[in-house]
Every structure is written in structure tokens, then in C-alpha cells.
Design a protein around this ligand. Structure first.
Ligand code: HAM
Length: 404
């Protein structure tokens, strides 16, 4: 028998109400904050992710589902994330001409060829938003506040935002050199991935999960470089402003100098919200500012900031929604009468169903008791005299009515 692919999951009817509830909450909250929904294609040109997410990231190097199509001439990739696709769409549709800021949100499947484990799938869903056009830290604050509000709306409170500033390309390049100089004496002891990162993407070393690497980064002289305030005056002011805004609305955060994120496009603010209940894959959501990405992908220089949340991870944290019972179940051996009654009830806005197999009366009533709040019983007597017997299946009370 053919089974679902490793790292993919069916979302079954028993879970769908909870999924719909998550989506409804996102729609209400984000649209109330003036974000419009955007739905971009699931596959894009491979170049978009290579340039956008970054050639030296794990996502691009190891995790992309890439295909050659059109006789091998065109390389396409299933989207591993949605920021690059949304930016592509923003540029392609001239959204820079819309009143600033442009605020967009999305919900959809993403694909990463990772080793599946709890909280990590190869097809997963992200809910996210992107805000274009505002350099001020008020935009970063709004995005972080909405992320926290969304979790709160889903019954998850008391979470702390991990926050860091990666500076602008100028100050970050200087920082990278300092980090490299401090780590160089230990280069031989780093894991193979970090040896490559040392050359290509030194900050990503700080995010390494290898215990030996972690111990090296704990060394006094390296810690000192990491903890040093390397960011320039402008970046510092931006970060201070952001903290002030978050304090003002009472969002709890902690500064995490090791937070570097796994995508190359970030400038200044990066953040994550984690939950210890999630185990090893603890990040429920992550995001940050990416002021260089629109220009890098061919648009005008445009500051931007956003986040994306892993919907499966959120799903695993929240209370599941129980299915509501139907308003009515029609019990009758006269199929034509049952089908007409159900049709009329649905037209009036009630949820209703009936027995399509023409089972015995007792069986139909038993089924009604399982799936509905009330049974509409239509036997010979009811049909002859023109009334309905309505049984309240919770209280057992039965009454005769002339119309439903
Ligand atoms: P990301 O941190 O790569 O950021 O992914 C965001 C969230 O997606 C993670 O915090 C996690 O909850 C979920 N996630 C990622 N990979 C998997 C997986 N394999 N299985 C299950 N869940 C997963 C981004 O994708 C950026 N585009 C976020 C962003 C938007 N930055 C600015 N705007």
C-alpha cells in the first residue's frame, strides 16, 4: 500500500476544526490590523531563493526541493519559506506605488527537505506577515506585538520574545571579522558545518547545535566578542527605540546575543518566540527586519520587516476544538420526505443530515443521538396528519410541531 511521504502529514477531519480556528484567528487579527491576505505560488524560480534566502544557508544548500523542468532549461523550487515569494510579488505588481506601508499576511504550505522529527516536517504550514516601507522601529514593534497577540488569541500566554540586533551590513561585516579572529585558534575543533560557515557565513556558527562547538563559543575571549556591543550608533538607536515600544505595551523580551536566524536577508532586528513544551524544535515563530531584500531582488530600496509561525508547532500547543453537533437529524423510513425536510432545514440555515441507507427506526434514532442535538421524526402518523415530532436528544423531551 502507498503511504504518505516521510515528513508529510494528512490533516484529518478530526483535526480540521482546530486548523480552521487557527486560520480564522489569523484572518481576524491581521485584517483588523490592516494587513491584506496574499497567496503566492507554491513554486518559484530557484534563483529567487538562492539570491533571497542566501546561497550559504542550510535551507538553500541542503533543504530545497528543486526540479528541472521545460526540458531541463528551467529550475524551479518548492518554496521553503514565503518572504522571498512575497517580495517577488511586491516588486512584480508595483506595490511600492501603493500607500505606505504595504501590509500583507499569508497562510500556506512550505517545503524543506529536513530530517523529520517531532515538530519538524518536510511539508509544513506557515502563517506570516510582511510589512513594507517603514524604516522606523515602530514597524518592528507592530510585527512583534501582532506575533505575541496571535499566540495569546490561541490561548498561549506568558511567552518571552528572544530579541537581537544583527546591525546593518557595515557594522555586521566588522563584527564578522572580529568573531572570525576570536574563533580562528579553535577552527580545527569545530564541526564540519562550522568550518564551512567560518568562511561563508561566520555568524551562523553561533547557532550551531553541536555540543563541542557550543563549548568553544562559551570560551571567555569569544563570549567577550559576542557580548560586545558591536552595532553602530544608528543601529543602536533603532534597537533602543524598539525596546521602548515593546516596554510601552508590556511585551516581555530577553536579549539573546546568540540569536542569528537561519536566513541571510536579515538586517538589524531579529526575533523568535519559543516554547519549552516543543522540545528540541522549540521555535514557534521567527522573523526580523530585511531592509536590503527588495533591492537585492530587483526592486527599489525598501525597508521591510515580518515574521512567520509554524502552524503545526502552534497546533501541538493548543487545546483541540471539539466538533459541534448538528442542529437536526431527520429520522424517517420515507427517504423522499427525509431528503426534502433536510433540504428545507439547511435552507433555513440549520445544520442537518439524514440516514441515506434507510436503516431501521431504532438505528436511525441511535445515530441521531450521536451526531445531533434534535431528531425530527417523520413516521406514518406524522405524514398523514401533517406534523413533525421533534425530540430533544439531550433532555429526551419530545413535542409535536406543525412547522420546523
Ligand atoms: P523560519 O524561522 O525559517 O523563518 O521559519 C519560521 C517558523 O516556521 C519556525 O519558527 C517554525 O515554527 C516553522 N518551521 C520551520 N521549518 C519547519 C519544519 N521543517 N517543520 C515544521 N515547522 C517549521 C522564515 O521562514 C522566515 N521567512 C520568517 C520571516 C518572515 N522573516 C521575515 N518575514
Amino acid at each position: 500500500m502507498i503511504k504518505a511521504q516521510r515528513g508529510t502529514k494528512d490533516i484529518l477531519p478530526s483535526d480540521i476544526l482546530t486548523w480552521q480556528e487557527i486560520e480564522n484567528k489569523a484572518r481576524n487579527l491581521f485584517q483588523n490590523a490592516n494587513y491584506k491576505e496574499i497567496r503566492t505560488p507554491i513554486f518559484e524560480s530557484t534563483d529567487l531563493f538562492k539570491r533571497g534566502v542566501g546561497d550559504s544557508t542550510d535551507i538553500v544548500n541542503k533543504e530545497m526541493y528543486t526540479f528541472n523542468v521545460g526540458g531541463g532549461d528551467t529550475s524551479i523550487t518548492l518554496r521553503p519559506e514565503n518572504t522571498a515569494g512575497v517580495v517577488r510579488s511586491y516588486i512584480e505588481h508595483g506595490m511600492d506605488k501603493l500607500p505606505t506601508p504595504v501590509k500583507l499576511w499569508y497562510f500556506g504550505p512550505m517545503f524543506r527537505y529536513e530530517r523529520p522529527q517531532a515538530g519538524r516536517q518536510r511539508q509544513f504550514h506557515q502563517i506570516g506577515l510582511e510589512l513594507f516601507g517603514i524604516p522606523d522601529a515602530s514597524a518592528d514593534a507592530e510585527v512583534i506585538i501582532l506575533a505575541a497577540e496571535f499566540l495569546k488569541a490561541n490561548g498561549i500566554g506568558n511567552l518571552v520574545v528572544s530579541l537581537n540586533s544583527l546591525g546593518c551590513p557595515d557594522c555586521r561585516n566588522k563584527y564578522k571579522e572580529k568573531i572570525k579572529a576570536a574563533i580562528k585558534p579553535y577552527l580545527e575543533n569545530l564541526c564540519d558545518d562550522c568550518k564551512v560557515r567560518f568562511e561563508k557565513n561566520p555568524l551562523r556558527m553561533l547557532d550551531c547545535k553541536n555540543e563541542d562547538c557550543k563549548k568553544i563559543f562559551e570560551k571567555e575571549e569569544i563570549k567577550k566578542v559576542i557580548n560586545d556591543d558591536f552595532i553602530c550608533e544608528d543601529c543602536k538607536n533603532h534597537f533602543e527605540e524598539l525596546k521602548k515600544y515593546l516596554d510601552k505595551v508590556g511585551i516581555k523580551y530577553e536579549i539573546d546575543k546568540m540569536l542569528v536566524r537561519g536566513l541571510d536577508y536579515y538586517t538589524r532586528t531579529v526575533f523568535e518566540i519559543k516554547s519549552t513544551a516543543l522540545g528540541a524544535q522549540s521555535a514557534v515563530l521567527g522573523g526580523g527586519r530585511y531592509d536590503g531584500l527588495v533591492e537585492m531582488l530587483g526592486g527599489k530600496p525598501t525597508p521591510a520587516v515580518g515574521f512567520a509561525l509554524g502552524a503545526e508547532r502552534l497546533f501541538s500547543l493548543i487545546e483541540k476544538k471539539e466538533e459541534d453537533k448538528l442542529d437536526y437529524f431527520v429520522v424517517s423510513k420515507f427517504q423522499d420526505v427525509a431528503i426534502k425536510t433536510v433540504f428545507e432545514l439547511r435552507q433555513k440555515g440549520y445544520s442537518a443530515d439524514f440516514d441515506m441507507l434507510g436503516r431501521k427506526f431504532a438505528k436511525q434514532l441511535e445515530r441521531a443521538g450521536k451526531v445531533a442535538k434534535k431528531a425530527v421524526i417523520i413516521g406514518e402518523d406524522e405524514l398523514e396528519k401533517g406534523f413533525y415530532t421533534v425530540k430533544n436528544l439531550e433532555s429526551g423531551v419530545q413535542e409535536k410541531v406543525s412547522s420546523l
